[in-house]
Design a protein around this ligand. Structure first.
Ligand SMILES: CCCCCCCCCCCCCCCCCCCCCCCC(=O)SCCNC(=O)CCNC(=O)[C@H](O)C(C)(C)COP(=O)(O)OP(=O)(O)OC[C@H]1O[C@@H](n2cnc3c(N)ncnc32)[C@H](O)[C@@H]1OP(=O)(O)O
Ligand SMILES: Cc1cc2nc3c(=O)[nH]c(=O)nc-3n(C[C@H](O)[C@H](O)[C@H](O)COP(=O)(O)OP(=O)(O)OC[C@H]3O[C@@H](n4cnc5c(N)ncnc54)[C@H](O)[C@@H]3O)c2cc1C
Length: 664
């Protein structure tokens, strides 16, 4: 039967060891074992079913999420799951919920911005979930501009308390996940006011609801901000609104690692940079990059399997039509996304290492790598989430009409994913942060301050401003050194050009605003270079397993040459390559697609996703698409009755009217 046979035959064509590729994708044999075990545990538990999610009303959907979260927590305790296993469980439950903000932002904020004493007081409560917290930063009037927040925290020396207040409508906290209906506590960001002087934004731990009856405490108004894009999707989350009317908290609930307020009302700065108040965002942006590879690989897995099952046109001698995956146009849209999923996986792994390294340094009072960590997390968060959001939509189109059905799994995946381009920093705003970092780096060239980390290549500015690409034949594009040099030269030249244009302005801030569209492009070029170079570095590691390294090399080259093709204008206009070399790159790309084609199904099998996680009829492991699509349609509540509700009120009268008209 079509589907079963197609995918079995595809799997038999694979030219590499899929089991070893699973280890590479997971990161280690241990991680693969944990992820495999927990994914099956979730898939086999009826409480974690997902199939009715898009049909539930908001209230039922939300209650169902509460049920799942409570059940997940129960299982974590019963099975004594480690933190790693619990995180895998959350991943495979696959539903945004208040727990994400509690574990992903509230706890990390206390760890990163609280003093030892504050951590000792609050963390045990939070770890045992005796309190549930959220991250209340964004307001109705300001999200990107954190320094523009209006909530005030005024120190009252009489009572040794802070008074938390929302002075305007636009100062209402707006968006925090978990706030609307669940959280008992929040880290609230507000302006620290002492003796009428404004000391800027800081974090404060504020209790919001009673631990007895869950009612908001006096002076606090809270609710949910309403339905969001798509059915199911992010509507499992209670993004909330919060207002304070002179709510008092003890002084020791200001997070005081960065600066302290004494009993006398004096502000004392510690030796850590004030930017640490933004530390949780660096942590979460790093997480979001890893998540991008998961979301993109999921969509790509669905689209690849379905493209091997789906046949249209091109009747062959054996009477069978062509698998759509064999069309070159399909390959040229699908395989770069497959390559991107792998590329984002590896850059995510590297970013996790970078974050851990920065954290260790911070503990030892070494703050030197913080600007680089901020630029990398901001830039890569922006690059990978934008590409993933676009990629999921492309996968939907790659699946034709059936991709638009909720049962394909793609509409909900798209709807739940796209806010990643906005939350934790709007993607353009974040690229502008990278641009500032690049301009600063360029301006310091030749000053004796050597560029570090991902900007080391800028130290070779003279060479990179003049070099000529050495490619003479298509295969030359397979050399990592050739690719790296082209990407480095493009990024260097775009940053230098931006810096030179900026220098023409008397007022640098005005110039930055005027040139911001170009600056964003320079930032994108730098971030793409990071992705390419981290993929190449990955390939320099020991990679066991028959054929595994060869497949990864092909994917790395596809990613790089696809980006080159997509941004050809940059590469040509900066003179990094010639039009002839561009056309050789394109020829090489086509040849790489042919190389990947027989391995495509095995390359998505290596993600090791269960059918439960994919929740897609089109992406089923067994390829049994058509019978299941047919079966799925009959489950729609609209098919509960043969004649629909409303027939007598609305259809019959029309039909009767038409009959009468016809008789006239
Ligand atoms: C169901 C089962 C449950 C079982 C559970 C078991 C456990 C399971 C575990 C689960 C774990 C889950 C983890 C998941 C992860 C969490 C998922 C989260 C989902 C998403 C939620 C989204 C949340 C949010 O959106 S929070 C709000 C985010 N807001 C923003 O991002 C605002 C964006 N704006 C900014 O960041 C800034 O204001 C910025 C950068 C735009 C500021 O611009 P500006 O130029 O005005 O800067 P200044 O403020 O003046 O700063 C100048 C100076 O500072 C430097 N800088 C800026 N930011 C940073 C930074 N972050 N770090 C370091 N340095 C920074 C900047 O570069 C400047 O430096 P100079 O040297 O002066 O140039
Ligand atoms: C699903 C979801 C969950 C969220 N969860 C939380 C949470 O838990 N806690 C929390 O505190 N917040 C949360 N947020 C808020 C989120 O962090 C902000 O929405 C985000 O930081 C973007 O800020 P904004 O809404 O102010 O966008 P704006 O800054 O108003 O963006 C609007 C437009 O203006 C552009 N723009 C803004 N500034 C500039 C500039 N300087 N230069 C050029 N263009 C600019 C942007 O590119 C964008 O196109 C969440 C948001 C969403 C969607």
């Amino acid at each position: 039967m079509a589907g079963f046979d197609d995918l079995a035959s595809e799997r038999s064509k694979a030219q590499f060891d899929v089991e070893e590729m699973k280890v590479i994708w997971a990161g280690s044999r241990h991680t693969l074992e944990v992820s495999d075990r927990i994914s099956r545990l979730v898939a086999n538990d009826p409480v974690f079913r997902k199939d009715t999610r898009t049909m539930l009303s908001r209230k039922d959907l939300f209650k169902n999420t509460l049920r799942k979260a409570a059940h997940a927590w129960k299982r974590i305790i019963e099975l004594r799951l480690s933190e790693e296993e619990a995180a895998e469980l959350r991943f495979y439950v696959d539903e945004p919920a208040f727990m994400d903000l509690h574990w992903g932002m509230f706890i990390p904020t206390i760890k990163g911005q609280g003093t030892e004493e504050q951590q000792q007081k609050w963390l045990p409560l939070a770890y045992k979930m005796k309190i549930i917290g959220c991250y209340a930063q964004t307001e109705l009037g300001h999200g990107s501009n954190v320094q523009g927040l209006e909530t005030t925290a005024t120190f009252d020396p009489q009572t040794d308390e802070f008074i938390i207040h929302s002075p305007t409508l636009t100062s209402s906290k707006w968006w925090p996940g978990g706030l609307g209906k669940v959280s008992t506590h929040a880290v609230v960001y507000g302006r620290l006011i002492i003796d009428s002087k404004d000391y800027g934004v800081n974090g404060f731990i504020v209790q919001l609801r009673s631990l007895d009856d869950h009612l908001p405490l006096p002076g606090i108004t809270i609710g949910d901000i309403g339905m969001k894009f798509g059915s199911g999707a992010y509507n499992t989350m209670d993004n909330g609104v919060l207002r304070f009317d002179h709510v008092r908290i003890p002084r020791d609930q200001m997070l005081m690692r960065v600066s302290q307020v004494t009993r006398e009302g004096k502000l004392v700065q510690s030796n850590v940079p004030w930017q640490l108040v933004y530390g949780t965002m660096v942590y979460v942006r790093q997480k979001i990059v890893s998540d991008a590879s998961c979301a993109l690989s999921r969509a790509v897995c669905i689209a690849t399997r379905y493209s091997a099952v789906r046949r249209q046109f091109g009747l062959q001698s054996n009477g069978i039509e062509t698998q759509v995956i064999d069309y070159k146009t399909q390959q040229s849209r699908l395989f770069p996304l497959l390559a991107s999923a792998y590329a984002f996986r590896f850059v995510g792994e590297w970013l996790k290492w970078l974050y851990m390294d920065v954290n260790q340094r911070l503990q030892a009072s070494d703050f030197s790598t913080l600007p680089e960590a901020h630029a990398c997390t901001a830039g890569l968060k922006s690059l990978t989430t934008s590409a993933t959001a676009d990629g999921i939509e492309e996968c939907r189109k790659l699946c034709g009409g059936h991709g638009y059905l909720c049962s394909s799994g793609l509409p909900e995946l798209f709807a739940v994913y796209i806010p990643a381009c906005t939350y934790e920093g709007d993607n353009i705003v974040l690229l502008l942060q990278v641009a500032r970092f690049l301009i600063k780096t360029v301006s310091q060239l030749g000053s004796g301050k050597e560029p570090v980390g991902t900007t080391v290549y800028m130290g070779r500015v003279e060479q990179l401003m003049q070099c000529h690409c050495a490619v003479q034949k298509a295969e030359d594009w397979l050399k990592p050194s050739v690719i790296l040099e082209a990407f480095e030269a493009r990024s260097m030249r775009m940053s230098v050009a931006s810096a030179q244009n900026l220098a023409k302005f008397d007022n640098q801030e005005e110039g930055f605003l005027e040139l911001s569209a170009d600056l964003v492009q320079a930032a994108v070029a730098h971030c793409q270079l990071i992705v390419v170079s981290k993929f190449i570095e990955k390939l320099q590691q020991d990679i066991p397993g028959k054929g595994v390294k060869g497949q990864l090399e092909a994917l790395c080259n596809i990613y790089a040459l696809f980006i080159l093709h997509k941004h050809l204008g940059d590469f040509l206009s900066t003179g990094c390559i010639t039009p002839k070399q561009a056309s050789l790159a394109n020829a090489q790309l086509r040849s790489l697609y042919s190389q990947v084609r027989p391995n495509a199904i095995a390359l998505v099998d290596a993600f090791n996703y269960t059918d439960h996680y994919l929740s897609s009829v089109l992406g089923r492991y067994d390829g049994n698409v058509y019978p299941k699509l047919y079966e799925e349609a009959w489950k729609d509540p609209l098919n509960d009755s043969v004649v629909p509700d409303g027939y007598q009120e609305y259809i019959q009268p029309i039909l009767k009217q038409q009959l009468r008209n016809a008789r006239l």
